[in-house]
Design a protein around this ligand. Sequence first.
Ligand code: HEM
Length: 145
Amino acid sequence: MDTLVPRRLRIAVFAASLVLPALAAQAGNANYYQQFGGTAGMRSLVDAFINRVVADPRISAYLTHTNIPALKAALTVQFCHLEGGNCAFSLNMHAVHANLGVTQAAFNALANDLYITMDRRMIPVAAQNNLLAKLASMEPQIVTR
Ligand code: HEM
């Protein structure tokens, strides 16, 4: 069998088996970004999400001195990056939150606010779960208390 398949073809098939799943994963993420409504949808989602967070008594004390428009802008880029929208984002979440003393309860409250905001906007459940899972994976970098 080995001799019937040219070596170059076997190498090409092997290379494709490595590259195609990565491309598929990227396409899947890009598809999620579309499910969030692309750039305009994501900006609008983050706007509503942070408005909810600022008004949430479980979290608001953390944000008294925060530049809210700047926070919204940074989060919009980060969520775009996470959901395959081809945005460059490289802020270190541990460094950004290191001095804030974020508790597990506050972290959960923020995730809950995001879930409510996404659900009210009828974002497809798979896309919601994808973003929530990515935020959940950052918890060890953000919760310090
Ligand atoms: C996975 C969850 C979270 C993500 C992805 C996230 C992401 C971010 C980002 C992108 C920034 C902007 C940084 C900058 O532009 O310098 C930021 C800042 C901030 N975050 Fe978070 N955050 C999360 C959870 C939380 C939680 C749970 C709290 C508080 C309860 C919180 C409080 C803040 C505050 C107060 C700032 C402003 C810091 C400053 O102005 O120096 N974050 N966060």
